[in-house]
Ligand binder design. Structure first.
Ligand code: ADP
Length: 200
């Protein structure tokens, strides 16, 4: 069975990664979300095990020592890590895995999984990004920090395979879905047997 795809979505905080991932999970059957582990506090409406695995710093450090993360990083003074076991067992089953991770994490994953698909989501403008962060009722100190970080993150967009602007949500979801479909059809990912049986 061919392995599933590893699909990575990055964007400055507030661009719409979580919203788009939830929509893709509803609309595509063969896709699973690789839930990130973090020490940051849950926001209203976020549930443990669905949006993130929320753990304290001691537990996070224990998991680092046990090599339980494919990669981990400190972002906005909080730890974030990608659990290894779910990702590897899911692609082995032929299912695609979706990850919403920051630009440093994406580069590490690209080194570990060179076949992964890197998608960068862009906000229509900095003003819109600010409005979206505000709509999430971020504390103002955290809002300022996230906006300051956005510039650096936007600079990393050039290392990605695809750029998608999240202006109209339906359109952005549809574009990302098309990318996933096309990547799954790449000749280099098809099993030799697909071709053998046609030319026989
Ligand atoms: P991220 O996961 O990238 O930090 P979120 O998915 O939490 O961002 O989105 C931030 C805010 O912007 C949320 O309130 C969300 O509902 C809103 N949002 C996301 N995409 C769009 C869009 N295309 N148009 C308008 N609002 C959006």
């Amino acid at each position: 069975m061919p392995k599933g795809l590893v699909i990575i979505i990055s964007a400055p905080s507030g661009t719409g990664k979580s919203t788009i991932c939830q929509r893709l999970l509803k609309s595509r059957r063969n896709i699973r979300y690789n839930v990130t582990c973090t020490t940051r506090a849950p926001r209203p409406g976020e549930t443990d095990g669905r949006h993130y695995f929320f753990v304290d710093r001691e537990e996070f450090k224990r998991r680092i020592r046990n090599h339980e993360f494919v990669e981990w990083a400190m972002v906005h003074d909080q730890y974030y890590g990608v659990p290894r076991s779910f990702l590897e067992s899911t692609v082995e089953k032929g299912l695609d895995v979706l990850l919403a991770i920051d630009v440093q994490g994406a580069q590490t994953l690209k080194r570990k999984y060179p076949d992964c698909v890197l998608i960068f989501l862009l906000p229509p403008s900095i003003t819109t990004l600010k409005e979206r962060l505000q709509s999430r009722r971020e504390a103002s100190e955290s809002l300022a920090k996230r906006l300051a970080n956005s510039r650096g993150e936007l600079g990393a967009a050039k290392n990605y395979d695809y750029l998608v602007v999240n202006d109209d949500l339906d359109k952005a979801v549809s574009h990302i879905s098309s990318i996933i479909t096309a990547e799954g059809l790449r000749l280099s990912r098809r099993r030799q047997v697909d071709l053998d049986h046609l030319v026989r």
